[in-house]
Design a protein around this ligand. Structure first.
Ligand code: F6R
Length: 366
């Protein structure tokens, strides 16, 4: 079952080049400039014309939703709200007929997400499910949707489902934007090409494994970690922190890098490893300043950078290189070293990586 891997989590991290390709198979044809999402037909127009999109999810799936917020707003010019299902369902939310709700769930069984969908449906919203498990409750109650096709995810810490969620959400946004005319054909085709190159880039990002293992050994006894990112990499910082805490039991927090000076900067001293996702994008210069702020307070910086970066290695204590891609696709690549970091630290601490204490793979109670 584990096909030679020590843990399901290891297997699932390393199969991401395949699971992402599987997710695009039969849907995306970069040469022909075609994108087909068979699961979203009847409500495709409703999505393009929506005045508002509400994304509901929990945990890692909620992080995928945060990335999708940036993608949908940029490509489709539709306002997006991302909600924790557990908050949404209990706060008398404003939902109008024709609003689009996108529910994201690996298991398709998360109780809060399911209840939030029922609430949204009762108020006339159209629910699109982005689900991995075929035939699951959420896939059945959604009006339409798109499956991840990532294959079963057994490790409790979600890895390949996250990257497949990003891929599916990106395809949904791209298709809607093209049909709507908010992106031109050449940009549409360029995004398709870039997306089709992602499996190979993830494969390359997995080659950081040995270096990550060395870094893990140095920090396995840390009691706190901070993860920082901006823009598309902000949700990746949250996801990196969640992965570390859930399987290694090390306290970790993810923050948008600029928020650091509003509080968390007080935590930084020479014992504080700070993981900064600092790939080349529109917020690069700002992130570089944030690294300087951390270094000025003697924090230890582990930076995830774009291949060939010549500035950050002179500032950070450790740098991990990942291949370049369009900034909106970078989370698919930049999350890989963070998944590996949490995995190795947890293994070194002797934790039960696939079945962390107190956690269940699908949370079917509220
Ligand atoms: C984190 C993790 C959880 C799930 C959350 C939602 O690694 O696995 O945070 O992401 O419980 O689960 P689904 O996606 O099945 O609704």
């Amino acid at each position: 079952e584990k096909s030679g891997h020590d843990h399901f989590m290891h297997k699932e991290i390393f199969e991401q080049p395949i699971s992402i390709a599987d997710c695009m198979r039969g849907r995306l044809n970069a040469e022909k400039g075609e994108l087909t999402l068979g699961g979203i037909r009847n409500y495709a127009k409703a999505l393009e014309n929506a005045e508002r999109i509400i994304i509901i999810a929990c945990g890692t799936s909620w992080h995928a939703g945060l990335v999708a917020e940036y993608v949908f707003e940029d490509l489709c010019r539709i306002p997006v709200e991302v909600e924790y299902a557990s908050e949404f369902r209990y706060r008398n939310p404003v939902i109008k007929e024709g609003d689009i709700v996108i529910a994201i769930s690996q298991s398709g069984e998360t109780a809060d997400t399911l209840a939030a969908i029922e609430l949204a449906k009762s108020k006339g919203a159209i629910v699109l499910g982005v689900v991995n498990t075929v035939g699951s409750s959420i896939s059945r109650v959604s009006h339409e949707g798109a499956y991840l096709h990532a294959g079963p995810e057994i490790g409790v810490a979600s890895t390949k489902a996250f990257t497949a969620q990003l891929t599916v959400l990106y395809m949904i946004a791209l298709k809607a934007a093209f049909n709507k005319g908010t992106i031109a054909e050449n940009r549409f085709r360029e995004h398709l090409r870039e997306l089709s190159l992602i499996p190979a880039k993830v494969e390359k990002a997995l080659k950081t494994n040995d270096k990550i293992e060395e870094i893990s050994d140095l920090f396995k006894n840390a009691s706190n970690f901070l993860y920082l990112g901006r823009g598309y990499n902000f949700p990746v910082a949250l996801e990196g922190a969640l992965k570390l805490k859930e399987i290694s039991y090390i306290h970790a927090e993810g923050y948008p890098a600029a928020e650091m000076k509003h509080g968390p900067i007080a935590l930084i001293d020479e014992n504080m490893p700070v993981v900064v996702i600092a790939t080349r994008d529109s917020s690069y210069d700002k992130v570089v300043s944030n690294i300087q702020e951390v270094k000025a307070r003697k924090g230890v910086v582990i930076a995830i950078v774009t291949e060939g970066d010549s500035l950050i290695p002179g500032m950070a204590d450790f740098t991990i290189e990942v291949p370049a891609t369009h900034e909106s696709l970078m989370p698919l690549v930049s999350v890989i070293p963070l998944q590996l970091l949490s995995y190795h630290i947890a293994v070194m601490r002797g934790a039960n990586v696939d079945q962390p204490r107190n956690l269940a793979k699908s949370v079917t109670v509220e």
